[in-house]
Design a protein around this ligand. Structure first.
Ligand SMILES: Cc1ncc(COP(=O)(O)O)c(C=O)c1O
Length: 357
């Protein structure tokens, strides 16, 4: 009933050269124009703190009654799954996926079914595969856009097609958009704008490097949003008001942060692509966006590679077994370019070592 991945992520992924993280490196409090006098310990936060509700609604292009503030995308996803699914209901989840979604679906007692996103297709969502896997018992379809672990982008037409398939059996579609803003102006409109059968979750964690604020949210039609607020009474009840106030300030700063992130990711993607150009033993569906990449190791064992990389080269990547694809591994490019370059140089050395052994 717990996550297989999270203990590894919390306890084992740290290293001097850590390219296991999937988000942009954390900004500091001093990077935001937060003054002590702007903060307060307690405030009028009941079913949402009105200024934060308003700021999130503007960010998402919807009215505040469709926003449910949540402790990160993590709690947002859990609230969606536990509001929509009763024990025994089917939830159709992309494969590979972020492991916490599977763990949360198991915890609510849902029957998990899968549709594949294949390496060969560049991890594209294939509506026909969704159509083959959906059944009259399916209550929810789950996809990530951008996709974790591959960063593949799903376009608006495909999202709409998945929505129609789900509507055919009266199911909702949850689109986890926590990485979507990393596609910048190439991002399709949020699925939240495509109809009431879509539910979207996101946060300021991955693209904006503001994980510690735990500023997450759900966008859903108002009645469903109400149910989620009520369910949250059993868990989060009232958020940390300091974080709500800082989140309102952070949301005003997003355009500036976004430009810095764009420059960082452009630089880092060029570094990553040069690395991929130089490694014949890796095959990767290169994506033009995102903070992560998911290469396949064509020869050798990924767990062995990960051990050599950590023990000999003080560098970490995420083993593909956490995404049910043990011949892949995930690289994150959200850090500073210098350390990324060094981490990739070390990854190259570890690859050389395991190819020779
Ligand atoms: C697809 C996906 N959803 C949600 C999360 C959790 O994000 P948050 O920090 O907003 O809880 C992650 C974190 O890795 C993720 O990859």
């Amino acid at each position: 009933m717990s996550s297989y991945y999270m203990p590894w992520a919390k306890l084992k992924s740290h290293a001097p050269f850590n390219i296991a993280t999937s988000g942009v490196a954390h900004w500091k409090l001093r990077d935001l124009p937060v003054r002590l006098e702007d903060l307060e310990i307690s405030g009028p936060s009941f079913y949402g703190f009105p200024p934060l509700q308003q700021a999130l609604a503007e960010h998402c292009g919807v009215t505040p009654d469709r926003i449910v503030a949540a402790t990160g995308t993590s709690m947002a996803n859990y609230l969606v799954l536990s509001t929509l699914l009763q024990p025994g209901d089917e939830v159709l989840i992309e494969q590979p996926t972020y492991e916490l979604i599977l763990a949360a679906a198991r915890k609510v007692g849902a029957t998990i079914t899968r549709f594949p996103r294949t390496h060969e297709s560049g991890f594209a969502v294939d509506p026909a595969a969704v159509g083959r896997a959906i059944t009259p018992r399916t209550r929810l379809v789950v996809i990530g856009n951008l996709h974790n672990p591959s960063s593949a982008l799903t376009d608006e037409a495909t999202i709409r097609q998945v929505g129609e398939i789900a509507r055919g059996v009266n199911a909702h579609v949850l689109v986890d958009e926590v990485y979507l803003d990393a596609a910048f102006e190439k991002a399709p409109p949020s699925a939240a704008l495509l109809g009431d059968h879509f539910i979207v979750t996101s946060s300021l964690t991955k693209v904006y490097g503001l994980s510690g604020l735990r500023c997450g949210w759900i966008v859903a039609e108002p009645a469903l949003a109400q149910s989620m607020w009520r369910l949250n009474d059993l868990m989060g009840v009232i958020p940390a008001h300091l974080a709500e106030l800082a989140s309102v300030i952070a949301l005003r700063e997003l355009p500036r942060i976004r430009e810095q992130v764009r420059k960082r990711l452009d630089t880092n993607r060029a570094i990553l692509n040069r690395f991929f150009d130089s490694r014949a033993e890796l095959e990767v569906a290169r994506q033009p966006f995102g903070t992560i990449a998911f290469p396949k190791l064509l020869r050798g064992d990924v767990d062995h590679l990960v051990d050599v990389l950590r023990n000999r080269y003080e560098t970490t990547v995420v083993p593909g077994k956490y995404f049910e694809m043990p011949d892949h591994f995930r690289i994150g490019i959200g850090g500073e370019p210098g350390p990324l370059e060094e981490a990739l140089r070390r990854l190259g050395s570890a690859l050389d070592d395991i190819m020779q052994s």
